[in-house]
Design a protein around this ligand. Structure first.
Ligand code: NAI
Ligand code: MG
Length: 421
């Protein structure tokens, strides 16, 4: 037990010692800004590993009272071999979210990275080895989805599957698991998260927060605040300021200081996002900023803002996964709850108001796994994350992740000569 803690804590130290190399690798591979990988992602990974290092010797079962002369122990055992499939938008963080709890609970892991971003997982796996993880406990596969990913999902020797990626691929891996050995599956999938600005909001603050909620990581976030609902009383002011903020956004070489937005992950995503922009224009939304590629080389896209977006437009319904903000107008709390919930997704939501009653009402009425009130994208190792509806199955992070990696066994023993007890 103690050794399990030590390995994860040493690993966290090694991540900090190699922070600059890891951050550079992650920026190199995925085009994220170096400020983001250095300032946010690498420190989060170290914090995360310490959190699960702390759990490793505190996982235990129960003794439960039962009717009759029986002693009943409930053992929490490692589930066995965990298969994990991660995406390209946060390669290192997704590695941490998945590997941390699996190792803390004593499992072996086969982790498949995304085609686009194999580097950081390979590098940090070597650090885990250096931290003392025995050979064979963590296996990183840099493979393709339909071959390596599908093989992992349908393998009879894999006891649990954890997947993060698109809802379509999530359905495929769930089906493969069902057709093979019925391994339990946790899924973190897509979203179309509402960011709701009430009429009492400080408009400047709301604009900045809504901007970050959407544009962070080039808009490539499962929980991106991709439907900005703004109350009619502050709508015009909000649109004008959101436009100004998007035009100010610094796009360029992600290694350069001061750059806020790097390139999209690849040509496929780049094309797909520009098609969504075209669809927004064609369906009658008002393009107020951006709308085209940025520069003439690379997969850079201008920070784009649409106003007057209607619920039935494609840009309000589908996950764009790019730097495209859609602003929608609303008048009442009841109306915005109904419209915000009218999507197959349910990952996250932002609520911006100074009124406690409005915040509490919205927080309870929204069918999503995370509600951020007057903030957005705040993540901590201890806080559960996951989706309602088609945004996912199960929760990761915090104590909730441990359940995904443990089996529960009841051991029942008669208590002899119990008659006189
Ligand atoms: P994807 O869901 O296809 O890929 C995610 C992971 O699944 C990768 O490791 C991939 O190799 C693997 N995979 C692909 N096909 C598989 C299969 N048949 N069996 C097992 N594993 C498989 O996502 P993709 O194609 O990279 O992006 C498509 C869209 O998905 C994006 O435009 C975005 O909307 C969404 N997406 C959402 C993410 C999230 O964090 N929720 C992350 C990445 C993409
Ligand atoms: Mg795919």
């Amino acid at each position: 037990m103690q050794e399990r803690c030590r390995v994860l804590l040493r690993f966290a130290d090694l991540i900090e010692q190699h922070a600059d190399e890891i951050a550079a690798l992650e920026t190199w591979d995925g085009g994220k800004t170096l400020e983001q990988t250095t300032g946010t992602e690498v420190p989060m990974v170290a914090r995360y590993m310490r959190y699960y290092g702390g759990w490793a010797d505190k996982i235990h079962g129960l003794v439960v009272p039962a009717d009759g002369p029986h002693h009943v122990q409930v053992l929490h055992e490692p589930i066995g071999v965990a298969g994990q499939i991660i995406p390209w938008n946060f390669p290192l963080l997704m590695f941490a979210w998945k590997v941390g709890p699996a190792l803390a609970c004593g499992n072996a892991v086969v982790l498949k990275t995304a085609e686009q971003t194999p580097l950081s997982a390979l590098f940090v796996a070597s650090l885990l080895h250096e931290a003392g993880l025995p050979d064979g406990v963590l296996n990183v596969v840099s493979g393709f989805g339909p071959t390596a990913g599908a093989a992992l999902s349908s393998h009879m020797g894999v006891d649990k599957l954890a997947f993060t990626g698109s809802t379509g691929t999530g359905k495929i891996v769930l089906e493969l698991a069902a057709r093979s050995n019925l391994k339990p599956v946790t899924l973190e999938l897509g979203g179309k998260s509402p960011f709701i600005v009430m009429d009492d909001a400080d408009v400047d603050q709301a604009v900045e927060l809504a901007h970050r909620a959407l544009f962070f990581n080039q808009g490539q976030c499962c929980c991106a605040g991709s439907r900005t609902f703004v109350h009619e009383r502050v709508y015009d002011e909000f649109v004008e300021k959101a436009r100004a903020r998007a035009l100010q956004r610094v796009v360029g070489d992600p290694f350069r200081t001061g750059v806020e937005q790097g390139p999209q992950i690849d040509g496929e995503q780049f094309k797909k996002i520009l098609q969504y922009v075209k669809s927004g224009v064609d369906s009658g939304a008002t393009l107020v900023a951006g709308g085209d590629r940025a520069g003439s080389r690379g997969f850079y896209i201008q920070p784009t803002v649409f106003a007057d977006v209607e619920d039935e437009m494609k840009i309000a319904q589908e996950e764009i996964f790019g730097p495209v903000q859609s602003i929608l107008k609303f008048s009442t709390v009841e109306e915005v709850v109904r419209r915000a919930n009218a999507t197959p997704y349910g990952l996250a939501a932002g609520v911006f108001t100074q009124r406690l009653d409005a915040a509490n009402t919205l927080a309870r009425a929204l069918r999503v796994g995370t509600v951020w009130v007057n903030t957005y994208d705040v993540f901590d190792a201890a806080v559960p994350f996951g989706g309602y509806k088609m945004s996912g199955v199960g929760r990761e992070k915090g104590v909730y992740s441990l359940r995904n990696y443990l089996q529960t066994k009841a051991v029942v023993t008669p208590i002899k000569d119990a008659a006189w007890l």
